[in-house]
Structure formats: C-alpha cells, structure tokens
Design a binder for this molecule. Structure first.
Ligand code: NAD
Length: 387
C-alpha cells in the first residue's frame, strides 16, 4: 500500500564547481543590504570567508559583517552573542558559511531576530510564530545537510543536552553548493561528516515516517557515499569529494521531510555530554543500531546492503540485512572512527546517556521500539565495539 506523504522543500539549490559566483545575484534577489556572515574560525582560517566577502564586495555589497564565534556543537550562548551582534549591525540577510554548526547558529540567530525571547523557548516542532530574515547557506562540510533542512540543533549548556528546533521557517532560502569549498576539507572531517550523512540517509529511509520520494533519494545517497568515501578520504580525489557534498545535501533532503531515529538519539546524547563531534558520535553508534533494527525491516536493510556495495545475490534477505551493519562497522574501521571507549565515554554515565536518548524527540520513529533499557545495552555494545 502506497504511503500518504507531503513533500515540501522551500530551499533553492544552486550546485556546481565555482557556484559561489552566484552568491551576489542570490543576495540581491533576497534584498540583502546589511549582510551578516555566520561562520567559525576554522572555516575562516581555510580562506573560505575571504572568498565569500570578495564575491559580495564585487557584487556591490558594502554592509558585510562577520560573526565567527561558532564552535562545533554550537551552544545557546553563541546564538545569543550572534543575535546581539546581528541587532547591532541591523542585519537583514544572513549568510551561513561552514558546516552544520555555523548553519544552525545562523538559524538560531534568525529565530531570535524574527521572534525575540530565548532560543530554548523554541525547542520542539513548529514553535516559531514569525519567519526569520532570509538565509543563504553555503556548506563547507559534507555531512549535516542543514543547508536544506528546517532544523537547528543547539546545545543547551544548562542541561548538557542538544535541543532540536524544527520548523519549515528555518529552511534556508538558498543553498549554494560549491565543490571547490570542500576540496581542501581535511580527511578526518570528510570521514566524520560523510558518516553523518550516511546515518541521515539510513535513518531517514528506515524511520517510521519515511516516504517514497525520500526513500529513492536515500538509497542514491547511500550508494554515492559508499562508492566515494574511501577515495575521498585516502585518495584526495576532487570528484569523490564533490559526490560526497551532493550526497550530504541529498541525505539532508531526506531528513528534512522525514526524521532521524535512534542513532541520532544516542549520538546527540553523546554530543550534549561530551561535546563529541557530531559525525563521530553518529558513526560510532550506527552499526550497533543497524544490527538492532535490521530484523524490524529486513527488506529495507537488505536494500541498504546492496547500496553499500555488498554482493547480496547468494544471501537470504535476513543475511543481507544483518550484513549491512557489518559493512558499516568495517567502514568505521577503515576510516579509524573511534569507539565509545576511545571517545572517553565513562561507563558510569551510560545510564544517563540512555535516558537522554530515550527523551530525544526522534525516539518514537525508530523502526524498532527502544526504551532506556535497550539504549543502555546499545551504548554498552558500542563501547565494547561489538554489534
Ligand atoms: P562543524 O560545522 O561542527 O565543523 C567541524 C569542523 O570542521 C570545524 O572545526 C570547522 O572549522 C571545520 N571545517 C568546516 N569546513 C571546513 C573546510 N572546508 N576546511 C577546513 N575546515 C573546515 O561540523 P558539521 O559536522 O558539519 O556540523 C555538526 C553540527 O551540525 C552538529 O551540532 C550537529 O548536531 C548539527 N546538525 C544539524 C542538522 C540540521 O539539520 N540542522 C543535521 C545534522 C547535524
């Protein structure tokens, strides 16, 4: 039986080598006057922000301001600081340049410009009363897909918890994907952020709110990642990195319309407590959750196995489904993704982590029921490196 679905992607996507040259005309269409670039110091040091500013200046924009106080796993206080600066410069267009952390901080700043109050008030779904100013997202990692999603993930320092804000009003107006911007991405960041994209494609495909349009996109994204990730990380191959950038955005489209599931519930618990890089957190959890979920949707996990490049012809569907989890475990080993013990997770924190995972709003859509009891077992398995 075909599922009912609704697909709404308000973001215009401009993709291609040198795509940054489209920025001035996009900024003009959005009536940008005082432009605030939201970024972080690593992206700035990579020379990317200078290129963005040059394009804007050459396009005739004079009011260009930079806020670069964003850290990985961006926090509520960074959003507040950015908001104060945005008010000071009377920003009427936001341009996020960076990975998910910069893009989500720009979204947080935009929420406060449009709605006021404290960012924590908007946790949950559809809490925004008013729109934010227009936002152009220029991703420089290959993972989060935040450039096309209506989500912002911000760490609430008081609760040591990554809060999620979901609202279609958070979708960037324009996403500019320029493959030149990921060409110099350090291999460890390619590895971590591509594994994040893989977890989005897999979770968006298997979760209870999946839909036919995104299923097709997810399988293509999984295939693109499996085919390109090792070459991009170890071969420094331009084309492979460009394909991963595309895959990261496609996986973002998948979760923008569906949801994530238990991998993110656990990964975000880790990020909130230990400030673990988001891609690493998800990658280290992904195989164990796949092994747990596989029997709940053997058909889908068997298809994932095929897209991962496994020769499933002589396997039963069940064997193929389980093989998908082993393939991702091998991928983690090849990419030197650290285990939970290497990340520094403490055994005495695991119960709290399990409770935080259960409290995550994506828990209910995991294909197999999970409570804190099962989460505790999954955390222990990931800690020991077994699936
Ligand atoms: P990130 O933005 O935290 O960046 C990681 C590091 O990479 C930073 O130190 C940055 O300086 C560096 N970097 C980025 N681009 C670079 C480049 N081209 N060259 C050199 N260095 C570069 O990483 P991320 O994984 O993209 O984002 C993670 C955040 O996104 C997490 O907080 C996560 O929760 C969030 N997220 C959001 C969504 C969403 O839909 N909003 C989805 C998934 C994840």
């Amino acid at each position: 039986m075909l599922k009912d679905f609704m697909f709404h992607l308000p973001t215009k996507i401009v993709s291609g080598r040198g795509g940054l040259s489209e920025l001035p005309s996009e900024a003009r269409s959005l009536k940008g006057r005082n432009i605030l670039i939201v970024t972080d110091k690593g992206v700035r040091a990579a020379g990317i922000v200078d290129r963005v500013v040059t394009h804007l200046n050459e396009g005739g924009f004079r009011g260009v301001y930079i806020f670069d106080d964003v850290a990985p796993n961006p926090r509520t206080d960074e959003v507040n600081k950015g908001y104060i600066y945005a008010k000071k410069v009377e920003a009427n267009l936001l341009i996020a340049v960076g990975g998910g952390s910069s893009i989500d901080t720009a979204k947080g700043i935009g929420i406060l410009i449009g709605n006021g109050g404290q960012i924590e008030e908007y946790e949950g779904i559809d809490k925004l009363k008013k729109p934010m100013p227009p936002l152009i997202a220029i991703p420089t990692t290959v993972g989060t897909g935040s450039e096309v999603t209506g989500f912002a993930v911000i760490t609430d320092l008081k609760r040591k918890f990554k809060l999620t804000i979901g609202d279609v009003k958070l979708s960037p107006n324009v996403a500019i994907l320029d493959s030149d911007l990921v060409a110099s991405l350090p291999p460890r960041i390619i590895a971590a952020t591509s594994m994040d994209a893989l977890s989005h494609a897999i979770e968006g495909y298997v979760c209870k709110v999946s839909m036919p349009v995104t299923d097709a996109i997810a399988l293509y994204a999984i295939e693109l990642i499996a085919k390109n990730i090792r070459t991009a990380v170890y071969g420094d191959d331009y084309e492979a990195k460009a394909n991963l950038q595309l895959a990261g955005m496609l996986a973002g489209i998948v979760i923008s319309q569906t949801d994530v599931a238990s991998v993110h519930c656990m990964g975000e618990a880790l990020g909130g407590m230990y400030d673990t890089a988001h891609g690493i957190a998800n990658a280290s959890i992904l195989p164990v959750v796949m092994a747990y979920n596989a029997i709940a949707d053997i058909d889908k996990y068997a298809k994932i196995a095929k897209c991962l490049g496994i020769d499933t012809d002589h396997m039963t569907k069940r064997e193929a489904a389980i093989a998908s989890a082993h393939a991702v475990k091998e991928l983690n080993e090849d990419l030197s993704i650290p285990s939970l013990s290497e990340i520094g997770v403490r055994e005495e924190d695991m119960r709290t982590l399990a409770e935080k995972a259960e409290a995550n709003m994506s828990n209910s859509v995991n294909p197999r029921a999970v409570t804190s009891v099962e989460y505790l077992t999954l955390f222990k398995k990931a800690y020991e490196g077994i699936i």
